[in-house]
Write a protein that binds this ligand. Sequence first.
Ligand code: 16G
Ligand code: MG
Length: 544
Amino acid sequence: MAHLEEVSKLSEVHPKPPGLILQYGTAGFRTNAGRLDHIMFRMGLLATLRSKQTKAAIGVMVTASHNPEEDNGVKLIDPMGEMLTTSWEDYSTRLANAEQQQLLAVLEDIVEKEDIDKSQKALVFVGKDTRSSSLSLSQVVLDGVSSLGGCSKDYGLVTTPQLHYMVCCHNTQGRYGEATVEGYYIKLCRAFIELTKNTPNRTDDQKHLTVDGANGIGALKLREMEHHLKRELQISLFNEGHGKLNHQCGADFVKVQQKLPTGIKVQRGERCCSFDGDADRIVYYYTDSDDRFHLLDGDKIATLISTFLKELLMQAGLNLKIAVVQTAYANGSATLYLEDTMKVIVKCTKTGVKHLHHAAQEFDISVYFEANGHGTVLFSRAAEEKIKQLAEDVNTNDTRKRAAILLQHTINVTNQTVGDAVSDMLLIEAILALKGMTVQQWNTIYTDLPNRQLKVKVADRRVIDTRDAERRAVTPAGLQDAIDASVAKYRQARAFVRPSGTEDVVRVYAEAGTQESADSLVHEVSLAVFRLAGGVGDEPKPLH
Ligand code: 16G
Ligand code: MG
């Protein structure tokens, strides 16, 4: 390769610590920022090769999402704005872990296996979050790209979903929108204003939303976007960036701790939401008159959005198949409500956005959400076309036309490339406005089954293998039988275990008719994992 000498020379400036092995996790590489210099350089190389192979722009986002400030990481974005395809995850791992002297050979091997034309031009879009390490690490990505002769565009500080959007806009020649941050704000906010413009009874209270920005990039970008909303949504923003990133705040903290983030001032009953550190996750919540905390997680969001879409489809008289895609973490009550009351198709996939996104592509319209608040809506090209035709049909009646137009604005307010806290927030706010619904009314659609999650430390979490979208453990022998026996003891109970893709632990989930049962069940299952899957340290203790 013409540029191999340059790669070789520059890679010496970003050497891999000998022996260091890092795995491509659920969403890319993520670890302490100090260990990532060589990873960033090499992911610059990989993105350049992927760009040459696909003849399209590829994205590289420097972020560690909801992890602590000291960590960092990298997420790679494929041509249509989706996450890097699984077959290239293996190349990423090989490239990341190649010792210094093997680096060129691994590069050549990828070129050969993928039949890449080395003379093809490459374009890589780079973005970064607000971590103190992100500036220099993103510079290293750019070095990687240029050493292989690729061109790059540095978008600087952007949310992860904004970079996904840029990649998709560029590769669809602007059909998805304009590939600028301003273009993103204009597209989303215009659609939001259109959606809410026929809600004359909307009160100031309904227009007001409290947002916890997790002291991250989402807060920064929300401030930038605010004026485009023309006071149709009035945001009180907390954790704007003066405090520590994700520290006792943000979507992950609120979801896991089931309590208000620190740093926000909020009245009882007020609608609030939290973003995570790179603004691709969102959860809603409020406290009631007894100061009890109520969380509206990804399952509740998926239910709200799918109900809204189903109603619009009925009004429009459009025969389009709508599905909700979830993971095993979806609360049993949510699944039951969607299947039995809403009568929508429900599909369960493995954890991780790439799996949900992939499954969602099979339907006309699908709402995919992880319980942790990561998700979006996908509209197939055929669905978009049918909606457009109806909206433009001069012979249709007013009800059908109105519904079709609302569906069009819903498409435009949605970032279909990946879960996006900002876009999800605007869609949820628009739905609540159109339905005249309070957050309390939204919360009563169904009642979550009590549940509990725990982590168990084992010597090697890979001894646990699962199937059926992680709902059954195939290995080690006897584990699933033990889980089944425990589950059978409780009412409305369910439990499953899976090795984490981001931490060196096994995750255990249990739900049941009462919190006490869920807690006992999670403990029994944790013990089974500990005993049968090589637990380390002390045996898990009962919760009460
Ligand atoms: C990553 C995933 C998230 C998933 C989580 C599971 C993306 C963009 N992010 O953060 O979707 O819920 O990992 O973590 O895919 P775990 O494997 O440690 O439970
Ligand atoms: Mg995130």
